[in-house]
Structure formats: structure tokens, C-alpha cells
Design a protein around this ligand. Structure first.
Ligand SMILES: Nc1ncnc2c1ncn2[C@@H]1O[C@H](COP(=O)(O)OP(=O)(O)OP(=O)(O)O)[C@@H](O)[C@H]1O
Length: 276
């Protein structure tokens, strides 16, 4: 199957006063329907810049070049309006800092309803029923009560899960998740990653999954891209990254994260045997 998104020679340069700084340099990758591409790298390695530039989320201080072909359309050449239309319809995102994605003045239920009224053909009753289903899928109890809450009355982890639920429910062709499980405890993280895997398989959704967490990426990603200082330094299967990566930065990441991963796997195995 051909790629739904093909990024080639992507460069992002920040112009500030008279200085300029390259934040992303010559990054290329592609992702196909039903496939999850993990982008791994430490904080500041350029992961978020890469996806934000592709989605047209950077202001005019950032100069972006290269190409990002989504189903035949070069996103880097599209107008702001067209990109806004694509985001939420064919492409959905789960970004870091869930607080910034919700309006503090409106109840969660109203915000979910507004999103679904804009991007789906569901009627009011369906929207209510689906909103409750989404909360349940995201392991949030007392759905009716939660729909009545304001964002500040919920934890960051809950908001994050609601955001993931909304992004998945819109059934996009491409789902981009930037550190989606960082604010979520390990057990719930397991359940949420399972949801990502289920959606990918059942709906044939393409996914970009950005994280610094080798444990999470091992679970969900089919292929992995490793970024360092704005460059792609390695790519391949999880097995390749874990055992055969030549790049010293990738090896350092693997060694640094192996303790975390060990803990994660222990939790996974505990869960799997308790499900058996
Ligand atoms: N708004 C901004 N203005 C200027 N520089 C920025 C801005 N946002 C990010 N940068 C810089 O761009 C580089 C890449 O940052 P980016 O946010 O893409 O990293 P990241 O790998 O996603 O890490 P994190 O998960 O911490 O966001 C870093 O050097 C960062 O300092």
C-alpha cells in the first residue's frame, strides 16, 4: 500500500531578529495506512517541530522547506484554511499539554459536542451516546458527571485521555500523537496504547507516534525514526533500534532507557498474565 504521508527533505529554520537557527534538517519519512511510525528522541531533538511544520502550526518566524505529500496534496503549499479543514477531518492530533486544547470556560461535554457537530454527521443524541462511549473506552468512570465538568476540574491525565478519545473517534486517515501518554500512569498507559493498536488495525489508520519513551514506542510502533539535534540519525524496526543500531546517539538512548523499559515490560507481563 502506498504512503498516506510522505515527507521529503524537510527543513525548519527559525529567524529571530538577525539570527537564524536550523531546528530540523533534511528529514524524510513516510507512513502508510494501518502503520504506526514512531519518532523517538530526547527533549529538543526536533520531533514536535517536524510534525508542527507539516501541519502548518508554526508562525511566520519559522521558515519551512521540502515537501509533505498527504494523499497527493503538498501540505507545505496549502493555505491555512485548507490545513485547518484537513486537521480535525482527515488528520487529527493529540498534542502535549492537554490543558491548552480545551477552553477553560466550557464544560467538557459541550466541547466534545461542538467538535463532533463540526466534524461528523452525528445528531445530538448520538453525540451524547458516543461521548459516553469514548470516556468509557478511555477508562474514565462516571461519564455523565465528567461531561458536566470544566477542564480545571479534571487531572491532566484525564484531559489527555479525553483528547486521545476524541482524536480516535473522528476516524482520521492520519493520527498524530505527540507524547500522548506522558501524563498518564503506567497501567492506564497500557490500556490507552492498546486502543491505539486497535484503532490502527480496525480502521487502518496511519499513525505518527512521537515520544522519548522507548517502552511505549516498542508497544505501538511498526517502524521507528530516531531524531537528534534536528536530524534523523537512525531508522528501522524496534529490534534494529534495540540491537543493531550503529548510531552512537541511538545506542545511548537505548542504554539510558533500558531501566525504564525493563519496568514497563514487567508491568506489561503482569497485565498479560492477569488477562490470561
Ligand atoms: N517556539 C519556539 N521558539 C524557538 N525555538 C523553539 C521553539 N520551540 C522549539 N524550539 C527549539 O526547537 C528545537 C526542537 O524542539 P522540539 O520542540 O521540536 O523538540 P522535541 O524533540 O519535540 O522535544 P520536546 O518533547 O521537549 O518538545 C529545540 O532546540 C527547541 O529549543
Amino acid at each position: 500500500m502506498s504512503a498516506i504521508l510522505k515527507v521529503e527533505h524537510l527543513n525548519v529554520t527559525l529567524h529571530h531578529r538577525r539570527a537564524s537557527k536550523k531546528l530540523v534538517e533534511n528529514v524524510s519519512f513516510e507512513v502508510r495506512p494501518g502503520e504506526c511510525l514512531g519518532i523517538l528522541g530526547e527533549s529538543g531533538s526536533g520531533k514536535s517541530m517536524t510534525v508542527k511544520s507539516v501541519l502548518g502550526l508554526l508562525d511566520k518566524n519559522f521558515q519551512v522547506s521540502g515537501s509533505a505529500i498527504f494523499d497527493g496534496q503538498d501540505l507545505l503549499k496549502e493555505s491555512k484554511e485548507e490545513l485547518r479543514r484537513l486537521r480535525g477531518n482527515r488528520i487529527t492530533m493529540v498534542l502535549q499539554n492537554p490543558m491548552t486544547c480545551f477552553d477553560p470556560l466550557y464544560r467538557i461535554g459541550n466541547q466534545m459536542a461542538e467538535t463532533f457537530a463540526t466534524h461528523t454527521s452525528w445528531n445530538a443524541q448520538e453525540i451524547h451516546t458516543r461521548s459516553l462511549e469514548i470516556l468509557e473506552q478511555m477508562r474514565i468512570r462516571n461519564g455523565e458527571e465528567v461531561l458536566e465538568k470544566y477542564p480545571h476540574q479534571l487531572s491532566g491525565g484525564m484531559l489527555q485521555r479525553i483528547m486521545i478519545g476524541i482524536a480516535m473517534a473522528l476516524q482520521p486517515e492520519l493520527l498524530i500523537a505527540d507524547e500522548p501518554t506522558t501524563a498518564i500512569d503506567a497501567i492506564t498507559q497500557y490500556e490507552i496504547l492498546e486502543e491505539f493498536i486497535r484503532i490502527k488495525k480496525q480502521k487502518n489508520t496511519a499513525m505518527l507516534f512521537i515520544t522519548h519513551d522507548l517502552g511505549a514506542i516498542s508497544r505501538v510502533a511498526d517502524r521507528i525514526l530516531v531524531m537528534n539535534s534536528g536530524h534523523v540519525v537512525d531508522s528501522g524496526s524496534f529490534d534494529h533500534i534495540l540491537k543493531h543500531a550503529d548510531d552512537p546517539y541511538t545506542r545511548m538512548l537505548v542504554e539510558k532507557r533500558s531501566a525504564v523499559m525493563h519496568r514497563y515490560r514487567q508491568i506489561l507481563h503482569g497485565k498479560e498474565s492477569s488477562h490470561a
